[in-house]
Design a protein around this ligand. Structure first.
Ligand SMILES: *Cc1c(COP(=O)(O)O)cnc(C)c1O
Ligand SMILES: [Zn+2]
Length: 435
């Protein structure tokens, strides 16, 4: 058996087909461990470069292209895929200038099938559910996990059950969960409480839990690093900058990067910068206290995808920070929404949480931690259409405690030619407005 589950604290191992989410000996988080030495062929960059552009499943997916690193030995017939991944890597000089650096690459994970990176973890998570013979899957969600799970569950013919916080979910995400046919439970509790509830219910009813505590999710999300490095021709950037909520992605990045080093795809590790919202910053506080006493917080931020006060993957994220000499930064809702307006304004766009990557880079440059000449790879985690209300409220200056620096105001104009010509003359652009 080339793969197993292993506790990150006490190294206790479990068979890969066991349905457990924590170590039975010590309660620690579990890793999926693959035996890369046992692979028939050694892994090289050619293995993956040869598959670029293929129509052949499963290698046409930006997750399963790296099958040897994601889930070696799996029967291709079990894979539930929507050809996720294959997202663009953008070079945006205007956004780089805003952040204060010369070279900024932004990988847009909002270009996944359901509009967030969650699809990369859901293809592996739902595939494992199928291997285990599950017919029901569940998650607590701030929105994107549920949108993604609902889609993949439908593709696999399973019932998806989602635990949502009443009224706090962004509209685009809620619409997806309903549209894809999931059973949507609106619960009067925040994400952290819903996370506890979904664990209890899953255990009691034997429903397969697909939050990022499920280690198979992170195996798929590792591929963000694989694909980004492949797009960079395997040249390692100085920094990887990513928003942190439940810390699944940062944990997956740490593991993926270390594995790439281990099999020789890269020759050094980049530094990881995890960015949290000021109102949902438990890792930031913990980092600044030298990882002494962890305290959960009551989360509040406009970036609902990272509105999490008690992240389940905390220990894995700490490990990722240690491996990569990483740092943690916090940014305000004002900084998040202004950075978002810059990313949106160049025609790319993202949801609020994603803008942490740019707002956080800017702050780390101002603090002298990231240098102007460093190469930075930022991750845009979700699509601009996920949270239209936040975007419109920002540009209409309707957000409390926040004044938009880059508002694009709508103009009311009479249905009259002269009037329209007059208004357009006032708002003629200068050449430097666009990049
Ligand atoms: C889930 C999500 C995050 C947070 O990722 P974690 O793995 O929970 O830290 C950030 N941005 C978006 C758009 C997300 O959907
Ligand atoms: Zn253990």
């Amino acid at each position: 058996m080339p793969s197993s589950l292993q506790c990150i604290n006490c190294a206790q191992q479990y068979p890969i087909q066991r349905v457990i989410y924590a170590c039975e000996a010590c309660g620690g988080l579990l890793d999926v461990r693959h035996d890369f030495d046992a692979l028939r062929k050694p892994i090289s960059t050619d293995t993956f470069d040869d598959r670029l552009g293929t129509f052949e499943a499963p290698y046409n997916s930006g997750v399963w292209r790296y099958k040897e690193l994601v889930y070696p030995g799996i029967d291709d017939g079990s894979i539930v895929s929507r050809m996720e991944g294959n997202t663009n890597l953008y070079v945006l000089p205007r956004v780089a200038a805003f952040a204060g650096i010369n070279t900024l690459f932004l990988k847009h994970e909002g270009e996944n099938p359901t509009g967030s990176f969650k699809d990369r973890g859901m293809t592996t998570g739902v595939t494992q559910a199928r291997i285990l013979g599950m017919d029901r899957v569940a998650c607590a969600s701030t929105g994107n996990t549920s949108a993604s799970m609902a889609s993949y569950a439908a593709r696999a013919g399973m019932q998806g059950i989602i635990f949502l916080q009443n009224q706090q979910i962004a509209l685009g995400k809620l619409a997806q969960g309903i549209a894809f046919g999931a059973t949507c439970l609106q619960i009067d509790a925040d994400f952290d409480r819903n996370m506890e509830l979904v664990r209890l219910v899953s255990e009691k009813l034997g429903v397969y839990l697909l939050n990022s505590i499920n280690p198979f999710r992170l195996e798929g999300q590792k591929s963000i690093m694989f694909e980004a490095l492949q797009q960079l021709r395997w040249q390692v950037p100085d920094w990887i900058v990513v928003p942190g909520g439940n810390l699944g992605n940062s944990s997956a990045f740490g593991k993926g990067l270390l594995e790439m080093l281990e099999v020789g795809l890269i020759d050094r590790l980049p530094r990881l910068a995890i960015i949290q919202a000021e109102g949902a910053n438990p890792l930031y506080r913990h980092f600044n206290s030298g990882f002494r006493q962890f305290e959960a917080v009551k989360a509040e931020t406009i970036a609902t995808a990272i509105k999490i006060g008690n992240p389940v993957n905390l220990q894995k994220a700490i490990r990722a920070l240690e491996w990569t000499s990483g740092v943690v930064e916090e940014v305000s809702d004002q900084q998040i929404m202004d950075a978002k307006a810059i990313i949106d304004g160049v025609g790319i766009g993202c949801e609020p949480a994603s803008a942490c990557s740019v707002a956080g880079t800017k702050k780390l440059v101002e603090r002298g931690i990231i240098k102007r000449g460093d190469t930075v790879l930022g991750i845009l985690t979700g699509h601009v259409l996920k949270d239209p209300e936040a975007t419109i409220a920002y540009h209409a200056d309707q957000l409390a405690d926040l004044s938009p620096m880059y508002a694009n105001r709508m103009r009311q104009v009479d249905a009259n030619l002269d009037e329209i010509v007059r208004v357009l003359a006032e708002s003629a652009p200068s050449a430097s407005d666009y990049t």
